[in-house]
Ligand binder design. Structure first.
Ligand SMILES: [Fe+2]
Length: 518
């Protein structure tokens, strides 16, 4: 188990995988994954799994064959950390290590220099997404690092704080899970601070003309299309929901103290220390109408914590249905400290490791709902348990759907060591499990010409422990049985999120010019 959370080596040269079974010949493309995978610089170690420096890795599938390589994301946090052999930037759970080359007076006065006061790490180790025809590594961060999907090198960095200009506020944080619609528009949820802190839904339009793809900056044309006022202070969030007519945002009582964030460098603190769970508070759903940008509904629910919205849709009863993976509170964040994860026996983190419950909340749309519950708190239906890192057939994003893919524990108390497919109608779960194997977030790929929602495959990078080899697993999504595995002859890190890019080889035929926004 602790093998999953040690610093992982790069595999800089592509290596062929040993394919066992048959990968359908219609799958051609690259599964890009992001992983926190370097946990120390010099004698200084990070404390939390989320702190790890990003290791991008890639499985390229072509004509039934698979190749693999990986590379650390060469951010300032990574390169300066290597050069200075210290933690130069605070991360989620670890404070900055002061520069020993500066005396105490130089350090003290640097804190008052405005550009130095709020030093943010540009490490983005959570996910990978596409925007304006380019690929970015991101996290819960203002930074989005553009990467070359072939070489995994950083091409440039977009910064929401400086690249989106609005009056009287700064967009200091974009959550890790944007939504992409078929027209190429990307929607981000970004928090702004200033005189009136708020959550903002930001639309980034696609590049209109192909010859502008290389000259447009990543956030060019971005605009705020809706704002949501926080109940009290702003809170941590990691994802949001979208339907054809609404955005769904959940504010859990896990607040972020701006004052404490600004004092982080004085206090030798980190972001997690600036977040506070208030057990006396409620969770709140906000329903934002896309056409007007107005918040048309807010709903109170008994408090819970969630990283992931699974999906949302508008039903025939005038309700928005929102499915989320939920925890009783935010203590899950504490369990991701590395001393917890590494000290466990074989595959048990702790008997008390919380496992996510998949809940369905129904939000009555004002003026449209056929009926409304008289309960002052929003009720919910449990669709399933022990399921995290949810994925769906993304063609059904915002639409009525049936199947959720995810990871979960094989037995209560295990870390995420099983893949699952949850039928939200029958509530039956199909699973894949192999002892000593830890699968990553399943990514659904639809078969060309498919009619059924689950006609396709599920891909997952599986980390083998205890002498087991790691591999890319290909499951038939309908019956959840193994079609093939591609065994990787090198180390595979435990990853968080990623995406599949179809036909990468054809994308690479044209030589890319250097970007102009680096
Ligand atoms: Fe996530």
């Amino acid at each position: 188990m602790d093998e999953l959370f040690q610093t992982a080596p790069e595999t800089p040269e592509r290596v062929p995988a040993d394919v066992q079974g048959t990968i359908p010949d219609w799958i051609n493309g690259t599964l890009l994954r992001n992983a926190p995978a370097k946990f120390e610089f010099g004698q200084h170690a990070y404390k939390h799994w989320f702190d790890g420096q990003a290791l991008l890795h890639s499985f390229t599938i072509e004509k039934g064959e698979v190749s693999y390589h990986s590379k650390y994301l060469e951010t300032k946090a990574f390169t300066r950390g290597n050069e200075q052999k210290r933690i130069v930037y605070a991360e989620f759970g670890t404070a900055e290590v002061p520069d020993p080359c500066k005396n105490i007076f130089a350090r003290f006065f640097s804190y008052f220099w405005p550009s130095k006061l709020f030093k943010r790490s540009d490490n983005t180790s959570v996910s990978v997404f596409s925007m304006k025809g380019k690929i970015f590594a991101n996290g819960d961060s203002p930074f989005m690092n553009e990467i070359d999907p072939d070489t995994l090198q950083v091409l440039g960095v977009a910064n929401t704080t400086t690249d989106i200009v609005i009056e009287s506020a700064r967009l200091v944080y974009a959550c890790a899970h944007p939504h992409e619609e078929t027209d190429g528009n990307i929607y981000h949820m970004m928090t702004s601070v200033g005189l009136q802190p708020c959550y903002n839904i930001v639309q980034v339009p696609p590049t209109e003309q192909a010859n502008q793809i290389e000259t447009e900056t990543p956030l060019e044309g971005a605009k705020i299309i809706a704002t949501i006022k926080p109940h009290k202070s702003t809170t941590y969030h990691h994802s949001f929901g979208i339907t054809p007519n609404y955005f769904i945002f959940v504010e859990n009582p896990f607040s972020i103290s701006t004052y404490e964030v600004l004092r982080m460098r004085f206090d030798q603190s980190c972001f997690h220390n600036c977040m506070h769970w208030d057990p006396s508070e409620l969770s709140r759903f906000y329903l934002v109408e896309r056409k007007s940008g107005e918040c048309v509904g807010s709903y109170e629910a008994y408090s819970f914590f969630s990283f992931h919205h699974v999906n949302a849709y508008e039903d025939n009863d005038g309700q928005v249905v929102a499915d989320l993976c939920c925890y009783p509170d935010a203590s899950i964040m504490d369990l991701f400290y590395l001393h917890h994860l590494r000290n466990s026996k074989i595959d048990k983190v702790t008997e008390n490791f919380a496992n996510a419950e998949v809940r369905r909340y129904r939000l009555p749309i004002p003026g449209k709902a056929v009926s409304r519950s008289h309960s002052p708190r929003l009720p919910y239906e449990i669709l399933g348990s022990d399921l995290e890192m949810p994925g769906i057939n993304y063609r059904f994003n915002g639409q009525q759907y049936r199947y959720i893919y995810g990871t979960g524990p094989y037995e209560h108390g295990h870390f995420l060591d099983q893949l699952a497919k949850l039928d939200t109608v029958s509530k039956v779960k199909k699973t894949w499990y192999e002892p000593g194997c830890f699968p990553s977030e399943p990514v659904f790929i639809e078969r060309p010409g498919a009619k059924d929602e689950d006609d396709g495959v599920v891909l997952s990078g599986v980390v083998g422990t205890g002498g087991q080899r790691s591999f890319l697993l290909v499951l038939d999504a309908a019956n959840f049985t193994e079609l093939a595995r591609a065994i990787i002859p090198s180390h595979l890190p435990q990853s968080s999120h990623g995406c599949f890019i179809p036909n990468l080889s054809s994308r690479l035929q044209a030589k890319k010019p250097e970007p102009n926004y680096k």
